[in-house]
Design a protein around this ligand. Structure first.
Ligand code: COM
Length: 518
């Protein structure tokens, strides 16, 4: 049976609404096949891993408890985050330019968190439908959906009343938000990024975020931009949590300073003590860095304390080993301590980002299919959103200075002390032109870090809009064995006016045999 996208959408919606709905089977008609791998979990890692295995001539099977493929990304995680972050960017602009130029007077009553959640819920089904359709019709991967997998042993999985045999297992069961141990988290009005989209049923007016993760910053910036005054309560400094590396201090100050400039309250070194209320949240008690305890009144608490993988079943049945943070211990081929069992995506250490999810799935498949392939994700480009898009790769200025004899910085605004940069419309970049001409201090920040001795770029850092694509390629170029010199970068063909000015700025300095800052 070949469903079109609309029919898939209906089937998935029906299945989600009914806990007793039937499993969705897409299986070849043959007797008792032995699969090359059963992928337990059809999120990004499982879907890409299985598709790659199939493309290589192997036989994968995906099993997922949800009635759709793609996992949490299109359902509760990356896709809503990007929708909300884009809304935050638009709202921010509309607020700064309220009643100026062609912008109407900003009408806060139309900026609603609840409406954005509803918009997402109304639209997410099309991504679900596409994942199922593409995986079946174009990628020709077999799957069993809407059915929880029970692992029997390392070669046997049961689901939908059937038993499936496989030479290998690939575990990609994802992660869930971490609960911390403070009273009151069961009150109505406490959400995380999952329950926000599944359960929000009122318009929040005041928000306290517990935690300082990327999720805390991204959702916090969105809530605040809608007009829901937001306080972030974080033990660590923002962007100095263990999960983030290579965060340049100037970039951090521009980003966090920008959040404060917009009125967000950011309490660093602060500990949540309790969430208070009867049935509904009324306030959060916080112990400040000074030791003083304060009560912050709120009707909305959002947890941004990170995520933990879903490993219990695999630990119980297979004896899979995990580290102190609950992540499955896997080598660079994604092999766990149990031969023939692989772990991918958010199950294993490293950033809970899409490139790692998908490539770890592919790495497992290629090894299963006989290749000897290692995936090292110790270095990678990174990003987050506030009302800006923030991207970075490679060393910070400080890291470079610790590692190298001579470090050259090329930066916008320029790398000089005492310049009246708040009045300087630089960067004057794609995506920040209106700010550059009207509110110059809001027009972003960019920095290139160069090894003066080898002339190689060792780091790039950007706050603005639209540079994520460039950073995918910059990451590759600077991490190649031959690296990327200021000379090569400065001789590339810029598409002026660009979001990041690295090509033209490099060209202004590349003529010097002894490089200096810009
Ligand atoms: C993306 C999901 S939303 S997947 O990575 O294409 O499976």
């Amino acid at each position: 049976m070949h469903l079109n996208l609309g029919e898939w959408n209906e089937l998935i919606e029906r299945s989600l609404a009914d806990p007793d709905s039937e499993p969705i089977l897409n299986l070849e008609r043959d007797e008792d096949p032995v699969y090359d791998a059963v992928f337990v979990g059809g999120g990004a890692g499982g879907r890409f891993g299985a598709a790659y295995m199939k493309a290589m001539g192997g036989r994968p099977l995906i099993i997922d408890a949800w009635p759709f493929l793609g996992g949490s990304c299109p359902h509760q995680a990356c896709v809503p985050h990007h929708l909300f972050s884009e809304a935050a960017e638009e709202l921010d602009r509309a607020r700064w330019f309220s009643d100026e130029l062609f912008y109407p007077k900003f009408d806060a009553s139309r900026a609603s968190i609840l409406e954005m959640v509803k918009l997402f819920l109304a639209g997410r089904g099309s991504a679900h439908a596409f994942m199922n359709w593409q995986t079946k019709e174009q990628l020709e991967v077999e799957y069993v959906l809407n059915a929880r997998a029970t692992i029997i042993d390392k070669n046997t999985v049961q689901a939908a009343g059937k038993t499936f045999k496989a030479k290998n297992l690939v575990l990609g069961m994802g992660a869930r938000p971490i609960d911390i141990d403070i009273p009151g988290l069961d009150l109505h009005g406490v959400f995380d990024f999952v329950s926000l989209v599944e359960e929000l049923d009122y318009e929040p007016t005041r928000c306290v975020i517990i935690g300082g993760s990327k999720v805390a910053m991204e959702y916090g910036a969105f809530f605040h931009a809608t007009g829901c005054d937001t306080t972030i309560v974080s033990r660590s400094q923002l962007m100095r949590t263990k999960a983030l590396h290579h965060v340049d201090e100037d970039l951090r100050q521009y980003v966090v300073g920008g959040m404060r400039k917009r009125g967000m309250e950011i309490l660093e070194g602060a500990h949540p003590v309790s969430v208070n209320g009867d049935e509904r949240v009324r306030s959060v008690t916080v112990r400040l860095e000074s030791g003083e305890e304060i009560d912050i009144e709120t009707d909305f608490v959002f947890m941004g304390t990170g995520e933990r993988p879903n490993t219990a079943h695999a630990q119980d049945v297979l004896g899979i080993e995990v580290n102190d943070y609950g992540r499955v211990i896997a080598n660079k081929r994604m092999q766990t301590n149990v031969p023939g069992v692989y772990a991918i995506g958010d199950m294993i250490d490293g950033p809970m980002e899409m490139f790692k999810a998908r490539k770890s799935g592919v790495t497992a498949s290629r090894n299963i299919m006989g290749e000897d392939l290692e995936f090292d994700f110790s270095e990678y480009p990174d990003f987050l959103h506030t009302t800006y898009e923030v991207t970075w790769v490679g060393l910070t200025e400080e890291e470079a200075k610790a590692a190298l004899d001579e470090v050259i910085i090329i930066q916008m605004p320029p790398y000089v002390e005492g310049l009246d940069t708040p009045n300087l419309p630089l960067p004057c970049a794609e995506g920040t032109m209106l700010y550059a001409f009207s509110k110059p201090e809001l027009s972003g920040f960019q920095k290139l870090v160069i090894d003066g001795a080898t002339r190689k770029v060792v780091g790039a850092h950007h706050v603005g809009y639209g540079a994520k694509d460039a950073f995918q390629y910059l990451d590759y170029l600077i991490h190649r064995p031959e690296g990327l010199t200021i000379d090569t970068l400065g001789w590339m063909n810029e598409l002026f006016l660009n979001p990041e000015h690295f090509v033209q700025l490099s060209r202004l300095r590349a003529g010097k045999s002894k490089l200096i800052h810009l």
